[in-house]
Design a protein around this ligand. Structure first.
Ligand SMILES: [Zn+2]
Length: 182
C-alpha cells in the first residue's frame, strides 16, 4: 500500500465491489471497533471467486458441498485482503456491514452497529502472508487516522467478540506482529 487515501468512506486504492449486504448504522453511533476475520471458500482454497460471490449475494451454493449451509446467507465485510495483499472493499465504512453476527464487546451487543470488519483470506489455523500484514497495517493506519473514535486498543478478532461460536482469525494470526507496526 503506497499512497492510499480514504474518500467518501472508501479506500481509493482498493478494488471496489458494491455489496448489497449492508444498511445504515444506528443514529449517533460512532465507529469505534475494528474486527479482524478470516475467510476462504472452500476453506483453505485461495483465489477462488466464491468469497466475492458470497459477499455480493451471488454465491451458487451448489458449486461445492461445503457451500450448502451458506445458501441464502446475507453477509458481508467492509474489506477483504487477499493472500497477495490485494485489497477489496465491499461496503463503505460509514455503512453497517454484516460481518460479526451475534456478538458482544465490553458488554455492548451487536458489534456490527459500531465496528468495521476486515477479512483476511485464509483459515484460522494457517499463517497469513507478509503481504497481508503489510496491507492490513496500511489500512488500519488509515482508519485510525480517519476515524478518531477508533484506536489501537479497540482492535479485536471475531473470536473475541463471539467466543464459543467463532474462532477467526485464529492461531495463525500474529497479533503482536500486527499491533507492533501500528
Ligand atoms: Zn469472522
Amino acid at each position: 500500500m503506497k499512497s492510499e487515501q480514504l474518500k467518501n468512506h472508501k479506500i481509493t486504492d482498493a478494488i471496489q465491489h458494491a455489496s448489497p449486504h449492508f444498511d445504515e448504522r444506528p443514529n449517533g453511533v460512532d465507529i469505534n471497533l475494528l474486527v479482524i476475520h478470516c475467510i476462504s471458500l472452500p476453506e483453505g482454497d485461495y483465489g477462488t471467486p466464491y468469497v466475492k460471490d458470497l459477499f455480493m449475494g451471488e454465491l451458487d451454493s451448489s458449486a461445492h458441498p461445503d457451500f450448502a449451509p451458506l445458501h441464502g446467507l446475507r453477509v458481508s465485510a467492509h474489506c477483504v485482503i487477499r493472500r497477495d495483499g490485494t485489497l477489496e472493499q465491499y461496503v463503505p465504512f460509514d455503512k453497517r456491514a454484516w460481518h460479526a453476527g451475534q456478538s458482544r464487546y465490553c458488554g455492548r451487543k451487536r458489534c456490527n452497529d459500531f465496528s468495521i470488519g476486515i477479512e483476511l483470506e485464509g483459515t484460522d489455523k494457517t499463517a497469513y502472508t507478509d503481504k497481508q500484514y503489510e496491507c492490513l497495517v496500511g489500512v488500519t493506519k488509515l482508519l485510525l487516522e480517519h476515524y478518531p473514535t477508533l484506536n489501537r486498543h479497540r482492535i479485536v478478532g471475531h473470536e473475541h467478540i463471539a467466543p464459543g461460536r467463532k474462532t477467526d482469525p485464529g492461531i495463525g494470526f500474529d497479533w503482536s506482529k500486527y499491533l507492533n507496526q501500528l
